[in-house]
Design a protein around this ligand. Sequence first.
Ligand SMILES: O=C(O)CCC(=O)C(=O)O
Ligand SMILES: [Fe+2]
Length: 231
Amino acid sequence: MEMLTPQRGDFKEAFNLNEFVAGKAQQPLPAPLVPHEAHIGTFVDRCHVLCTDVLRLLALGLGIDEDWFAARHERARGPSGSVFRMLYYPNMPASAHDADDIRAGAHSDYGSVTLLFQRPGQPGLEILTDGSWSPVPVNPGNDTVLPILVNAGDLLSHWTNGLLKSAVHRVVFPSGSAGDRYSLAYFCHPLDDAELVPVPSKLVAGHDRPVLTAQQHLEARLAATMALKGA
Ligand SMILES: O=C(O)CCC(=O)C(=O)O
Ligand SMILES: [Fe+2]
């Protein structure tokens, strides 16, 4: 969806689930997911709680009320653009793709924070730092419980006037035989009608960006991507 390499498609399949209401998906589910609806709903709920915990920590770091961001993400108070995505990148032998081909083109996510879940033995995610790409280790601590990657998104960057930077990332074919890759992403967004007013922190100086609602911000990002794709 956020593909920024429009000349080539990404070698991936993705299934997006919009917000659940009272534990129920608000869209038809593919048959294999139907028996797991309640389980997925619980998982998404937990992802959202974790994101609001992260947002509380960020608020503390910025010296503002702990709930300043979290209150604007309270799902009980209305709809939001939060999305849970399941990704599948099919196995491809190195001979079947060009050096330029990519599993997911370089992009940043649109929302406030994203949680990313990878599986052991399925590398490929890379993050752009100071102009160069670095692999994100799948299991850096060799733990039985895998780490969850937390990325700041474009909305949080806009909201903090660029203080928090949205992470530019991509998924490449690992060298040699790629194998299948499965990942999960939870894109957390504020309530649609949350106004992205200046964050009242001394660290967020001179917020001069237009005050959009979260929904307007998302629509602007989607429109920008569509324009790029159509280019
Ligand atoms: O598969 C991954 O690890 C990354 C997916 C991703 O960045 C996205 O869907 O926005
Ligand atoms: Fe992403």
